[in-house]
Design a protein around this ligand. Structure first.
Ligand code: DC
Length: 222
C-alpha cells in the first residue's frame, strides 16, 4: 500500500536550504514531513547524553532502536527525545557533527530505515535528507537534489546562527561544512549522491521562493 503514497524526496548537503524548502512544500501540498537529519541528530544527542562514543556501533544501534522520538506536528516545530524537549539542542554544530559520524555506521542506518519509512502516509510525504531518493524511498515519485557552493552554505548558516545570538566564526564554519560534506559523500554506506531520476538544483544564486517554485513545477511536469 505504501508504494502508492506519493513521496517527494529532497536530498543534498547541509545548508543548501533543504529544511526551509521541504517544509514549505509540505505546507503547500498539505503532506506529511520527514526531517531525517533530525532523527540522526537525536541519536547523536542521545549518545552524548549517555556517554556513548560515536564509533561504538553496537551501543549507538541500541540507542537508535530504543529512543522514543516525538515530532509535534507536520512541520516538526518541537522534537521530544525520551519525553524531553530537545529541539534547539539538536540544531547545534556539535550535534550535527556527531550525527554525521554516527551516520557512517551501516547498522545504525539500518536500524533507522523503517522508522523513516513509517512516515510515508497519505496524502503524501515530503522527505528531507541525504539518502531519501537513493535508499529510503528509491521509488519516490518526485526527487530533487538541492545543493549550493560550500561558501554560500557556510554564509547562510553563519547568518542563521548569528540571528540566534550564537557566537560563530565563518572560517571555521566553512571548514566544518567542507569536512561534513567529505564525510557524508565518501562513506561507503548510503553516501550522499544524486539519485537516479533526480532533478539537480543549485540554489547558490536562487531565492528560496524560486527554489520552491522549481520544485513544485515537478509535480505538474512529472
Ligand atoms: O540534515 P542534517 O544536517 O540535520 O543532518 C545531520 C547529519 O545526519 C548529516 O551530516 C548526515 C546525517 N544524515 C544522514 O546520513 N542521512 C540522512 N538522511 C540525514 C542526515
Amino acid at each position: 500500500m505504501t508504494g502508492r503514497v506519493p513521496v517527494f524526496a529532497i536530498d543534498g548537503p547541509s545548508g543548501a536550504g533543504k529544511g526551509t524548502v521541504s517544509r514549505a512544500i509540505a505546507r503547500r501540498l498539505d503532506w506529511h514531513f520527514l526531517d531525517s537529519g533530525a532523527i540522526y541528530r537525536a541519536v547523536a544527542f542521545a549518545a552524548s547524553r549517555d556517554g556513548v562514543a560515536p564509533e561504538d556501533e553496537a551501543s549507538v544501534v541500541a540507542l537508535a532502536k530504543n529512543i522514543e522520538l516525538q515530532f509535534s506536528s507536520a512541520e516538526i516545530a518541537c522534537i521530544k527525545l525520551d519525553g524531553v524537549e530537545v529541539t534547539d539542542q539538536l540544531q547545534t554544530e556539535t550535534c550535527g557533527n556527531i550525527a554525521s559520524r554516527i551516520a557512517v555506521l551501516p547498522a545504525v542506518r539500518l536500524a533507522l530505515l523503517q522508522k523513516q519509512r513509517d512516515f510515508r502516509r497519505l496524502p503524501g510525504l515530503v522527505a528531507d535528507g541525504r539518502d531519501m531518493g537513493t535508499i529510503v524511498f528509491p521509488d519516490a515519485q518526485y526527487k530533487v537534489f538541492l545543493t549550493a557552493s560550500a561558501a554560500v552554505r557556510a554564509e547562510r548558516r553563519y547568518k542563521q546562527l548569528i540571528e540566534k545570538g550564537l557566537d560563530v566564526n565563518l572560517t571555521s564554519l566553512t571548514r566544518e561544512i567542507e569536512e561534513r560534506d567529505r564525510r557524508d559523500q565518501s562513506r561507503t554506506e548510503a553516501p550522499l549522491r544524486v539519485a537516479e531520476g533526480s532533478r539537480l538544483i543549485d540554489s547558490s544564486a536562487m531565492s528560496i521562493s524560486e527554489v520552491i517554485e522549481t520544485c513544485l513545477s515537478l509535480l505538474t511536469t512529472a
